[in-house]
Design a protein. Structure first.
Lengths: 271, 253
């Protein structure tokens, strides 16, 4: 800059005594941020693409193998969602019921399941149920285990949603002569549902992720398929593909969960 | 699948009455509980540090760091914890990164450090989201006033904005950490000798499946219920009016 502090600004004709500093904290911080991003891309992503053994993922059979696993994951997730939504709704109504016994029982179940790790519940179903004589295909054990946990969380979401509707709505419905069941279905739920959607969808995301827990025990789903894939390639000759496979698996989960999260955000803005 | 540890080799003989497995193997369960608490503690420290940094980076005007921080949270929140555990336990050694090290003379096994890292980063992404929502809830004027009073950027964050934001999100943070304690159960799959691992071990020893896993339910309740009461107390103390909605958000993890 050739202009001195005493030269006049061409537009305002006023002496420019103070010029804003070029190297501010914010600019340097911003530059450092882009530098770090560049370094990450240069030292992590480019080597991963160049030196990773991606050739198994060019074959159709690999994707067919993963697709079989993904089908089980989706099957378990969809059935668990349906079952736990229905059971959760019943439990929520039970907890809000005026009958002390029903209310206590539902509350006890909800608090018990929410306090336990979902892995323990799935483990329990897989290990203990066959011992006491219940025999089912393993996806159904996973569905039962996941539903036991998710229904309790869903019940809490439904309960909080129902309680968030103003009391006047309920009183007005009763005053108009609606029965309790009709009141809940026609008056309370439509209002509560809108507020519950974000929580329900984030629980859905948790559920999709939790299906991978069942693979630790016995279920042949996406994560198990991936594990078998890299173990198989590790035994046969060739470069190991552990990280590559895990990256692919993680990406598949990511796409499913991220789409759900985007839907949730959209509904949240609308509602 | 779940490895038997050599450390558990000298196990007591089992006599046969209902609950005998629990009584005779009680030290194993207690050791498992201590390990669950231990790994949760370290993962909590990792996750809070990560969460704090990432949350601040996500609200700063730095473009590059924002991209990095957002990618971090979105990746760790939208992939299963188990896949992340596999990445840290089986994947990193393939890159030549050794997770076995000695810390002040204490040997830290690779399953412990991989588990702590995976659990810490996974929870850290959620912690970052919670703290970020707290930061966004603080009025802009607070930061601007602090800056105009002559505080530096870091001082503004440390003394004015962050204390308010964290106070605001304490109840959801409590929920996250009680969820993290529960999530630590799956680290038994890579050989962290926590409560779940010991339960599987005792089950393989005694074949008293029903007794063992039902008692493990109670052991976990002994850990998670006090945590839940603590979170409830936090909600009541800091945000009695919003306690209901925060409970809703607590179902996130």
């Amino acid at each position: 800059m050739s202009s001195t502090a005493l030269s006049a600004d061409p537009e305002t004709q006023l002496p420019a005594l103070h010029r804003a500093p070029v190297f501010t904290f914010a600019r340097m911080f911003n530059a450092a941020g882009w530098l770090i991003l560049g370094l990450l891309v240069y030292f992590l992503i480019i080597p991963a693409v160049r030196f990773g053994n991606w050739s198994p993922f060019g074959a159709l059979s690999t994707w067919q193998f993963l697709w079989v696993g993904l089908q089980v994951t989706l099957f378990v997730a969809v059935f668990s969602v349906v079952i736990s939504t229905i059971v959760g709704f019943v439990l929520a109504l039970g907890r809000l019921s005026n009958n002390k016994l029903i209310s206590r029982l539902s509350a006890g179940y909800i608090e018990l399941m929410r306090a336990l790790p979902s892995y323990l519940i799935i483990f329990y179903v897989f290990i203990v149920f066959p011992k006491i004589g219940i025999k089912l295909p393993s996806p159904w054990f996973a569905i039962i285990g996941l539903s036991l946990y998710t229904s309790a969380v869903m019940a809490e979401i439904f309960r909080a949603g129902i309680l968030s509707v103003e009391k006047g709505q309920l009183e007005a419905a009763y005053a108009l002569g609606l029965k309790p069941f009709d009141t809940v279905i026609n008056i309370i739920l439509p209002q509560a549902l809108r507020r519950m959607v974000p929580s329900i969808v984030s629980q859905l995301i948790t559920l999709v992720k939790d299906t991978s827990l069942a693979s630790i025990i016995a279920l042949q789903e996406l994560t198990a398929a991936g594990r078998q894939l890299y173990e198989y390639y590790g035994q046969t000759a060739g470069k190991p593909i552990v990280l590559e496979t895990l990256f692919v698996i993680a990406s598949i989960y990511f796409v499913i969960c991220y789409i759900l999260a985007l839907i949730s955000n959209r509904l949240e803005i609308k509602g | 699948m779940i490895l038997l540890a050599e450390a558990n080799a000298a196990a007591p003989a089992v006599s046969d009455y209902f609950g005998s497995a629990i009584v005779e193997y009680l030290p194993y369960f207690l050791r498992g509980m201590l390990m669950t608490i231990n790994i949760s503690f370290w993962a909590a420290i990792v996750s809070f540090a990560i969460g704090l940094v990432v949350a601040v980076l996500r609200v700063t005007p730095s473009g590059g760091l924002k991209v990095v921080a957002t990618a971090f949270t979105e990746f760790f929140r939208n992939t299963p914890l188990y896949v992340q555990v596999l990445v840290f336990y089986f994947g990193l050694p393939k890159l030549g990164i050794q997770l076995k090290f000695s810390f002040f003379g204490i040997e830290v096994g690779d399953s412990f450090s991989a588990g702590t890292l995976a659990l810490g980063l996974y929870t850290g992404a959620y912690v970052a989201e919670a703290i970020r929502s707290g930061l966004l809830a603080i009025p802009r004027g607070q930061g601007e006033a602090a800056r105009s009073l002559g505080l530096s950027v870091l001082q503004t964050l440390r003394l004015v904005v962050l204390p308010q934001a964290i106070r605001l999100v304490l109840p959801p943070l409590g929920n996250l950490y009680s969820a993290m304690l529960k999530n630590s159960a799956l680290l038994s799959s890579i050989g962290v000798m926590d409560l779940m691992f010991q339960a599987d071990f005792v089950n393989n020893r005694t074949f008293k499946t029903f007794e063992v896993f039902t008692s493990v339910v109670f052991f976990y309740l002994m850990l998670t219920l006090p945590m839940g009461w603590f979170v409830h107390w936090l909600e009541k103390k800091y945000n009695p009016l919003r306690a209901k909605t925060l409970r809703l958000q607590g179902a996130r993890i």
